[in-house]
Design a protein around this ligand. Structure first.
Ligand code: GDP
Ligand code: IMO
Ligand code: MG
Length: 448
């Protein structure tokens, strides 16, 4: 198989990192194609836990090339931190390649993300505040700083100056607004020493250029023409895995806008974000939990606010890898899953965290929604007001109480677990090929 794309089929944190690490055994190259360090991908190997935000989940193999593609937004400080962390853990990063065309998350993007969320108040998206949205916005505005700019001080200075000016203006306005709000709330506004706005040291042009030139020196050995690298591997009939971050329902175009991320995590985006053609993709796999979670705001029809939801949080350790936020939990949503199957044209599903459903029976899966007006909705509604008020209708399936952490083949699984998987596959219209029964690398069942 040439190109294999692996994407999240729900709202993120499905266990993509673990599945990519597992399937990477049969590949030569693993490529991240979108998102940034809003992602947090966990791999548990030999009892040791690794969390990656930018580095592809194939990095633990010494002989695989790991690529950060042009579609990724890269915070160089975070990337260097990850590289240092891996080196300390004795993992080599000599095979890590970084696209010269990838855009950089600059300090002002992070400040703008937080400021934007604060300004939205109750309407906030609940972003990871890592500067993702503002960075992609600058890319579209053609005010972005790219990895290759780190290698030329003159160009870097010119570009940062051009990009910085409108940010300073926007941040100044936001800080005035914040001071006004504080005053209205009766809080004492701190007098500023210069009588006006204190310049934020993080927005100093000179300091920013100096710092980024030094990042460039450190990253230079990794910078490459990564599209060509993918073509060479594909033309050589090697398997290349394209690792999605975030997930289908967080897609900027097809997700629950505006409660989405600022990139396209669906499979089609692998072409743009890595620089390959659609026919380079041979297979697409979706990863979904046996239940559902979401971090941040936005519609989540099957969300539970009861004891079962609490148990999902506890049993599934549902706290964000990147921000530590508690994940909202609910039953598996097959209406949304079928939407993800079609949008990504999935060939197969990997169902993770089946072990977490132990003792939560009877198990429920949403098979349709009902609108506020009582209409039956068999497919995922495109209209946001309908989705916001839609209530799920469930099919109830028998649960299981056995510990399935040691199951390694379908016959080891309790009948109820097998029936659950068969129901999901039948409804989604694609086979379930892989099932996660625990966080460790070997805690999987390959289905027949
Ligand atoms: P990603 O963002 O899709 O890579 O997923 P995260 O790493 O953010 O979150 C998934 C969490 O579930 C991680 O802590 C994984 O170690 C863990 N995990 C993955 N697969 C399984 C599984 O089958 N069972 C259990 N119990 N945990 C799993
Ligand atoms: P992985 O790759 C889960 C969510 C945020 C927020 C929305 C927008 O680990 O599955 P952003 O910072 O991207 O502007 O935030 O998207 N979000 C994720 N949720 N998993 C992720 O990544 C996410 N990346 C972003 O919580 O609701
Ligand atoms: Mg995650």
């Amino acid at each position: 198989m040439p190109g294999l794309v692996i994407v999240g089929a729900q709202w993120g944190d499905e266990g993509k990192g673990k599945i990519v690490d597992l399937l990477a055994a049969g590949a030569t190259t693993i490529v991240r194609f979108q998102g940034g360090n809003n992602a947090g991908h966990t791999i548990v190997r030999d009892g040791e836990e690794f969390k990656f935000h930018l580095i592809p989940s194939g990095i633990l193999y010494e002989d695989k090339t790991c690529v950060i593609g042009n579609g990724v937004v890269v915070d160089p400080r975070v990337l260097l931190g990850e590289i240092d962390g891996l080196r300390r853990a004795g993992v080599g990063v000599g095979n890590l390649r970084l696209s010269a065309n990838a855009h950089l998350i600059m300090p002002y993007h992070v400040l703008l993300d937080t400021a934007g969320e604060t300004k939205l108040g109750k309407l906030s998206i609940g972003t990871t505040r890592r500067g993702i949205g503002p960075c992609y916005a600058d890319k579209a505005l053609r005010l972005g700083i790219r990895v290759q700019d780190l290698l030329d001080e003159k160009i870097l200075r010119t570009k940062i100056r051009a990009a910085l000016e409108p940010k300073q203006q926007a941040l100044r306005e936001l800080s005035v607004l914040r001071r006004k709000r504080r005053k209205e709330a009766g809080e004492e506004a701190k007098p500023l020493p210069n009588g006006g706005e204190e310049p934020d040291p993080r927005l100093d042009l000179h300091g920013m250029v100096e710092e980024h030139i030094s990042f460039g020196h450190r990253l230079e050995p990794h910078i490459a023409d990564t599209a060509k690298l993918c073509w060479d591997a594909l033309d050589n009939d090697e398997t290349v895995i394209f690792e999605g971050a975030q997930a289908t329902l967080l897609d900027l175009d097809h997700g629950t806008y505006p409660f989405v991320t600022s990139s396209n995590p669906i499979a089609g985006a692998a072409t743009v974000g890595a620089g390959i053609g659609p026919t380079d993709i041979g297979e697409v796999w979706g990863v979904a939990k046996a239940y559902a979670t979401r971090v941040g705001a936005g519609p989540f029809p099957t969300e539970l606010h009861d004891e079962v939801g609490e148990r999902m949080v506890d049993q599934g350790h549902e706290f964000g890898t990147t921000t530590g936020r508690r994940r909202r939990c609910g039953w598996m949503d097959l209406v949304a899953l079928r939407y993800a199957v079609r949008l990504n044209r999935l060939d197969a599903l990997a169902i993770t965290k089946l072990d977490v459903l132990r003792g939560l029976g009877p198990l429920r899966v949403a098979v349709r929604y009902r609108s506020k007006e009582g209409a039956v909705l068999d497919s995922f509604p495109y209209h946001q007001s309908i989705l916001h008020s839609a209530t799920p209708e469930y099919e109830e399936l028998p649960g299981f109480d056995e510990d399935i952490g040691d199951c390694r083949k379908p016959a080891d699984l309790p009948q109820a677990a097998r029936d659950f998987l068969a129901y999901v596959a039948e409804f989604a219209g694609v086979p379930v090929k892989l099932v996660g029964v625990g966080p460790a690398r070997d805690q999987v069942v390959w289905m027949d």
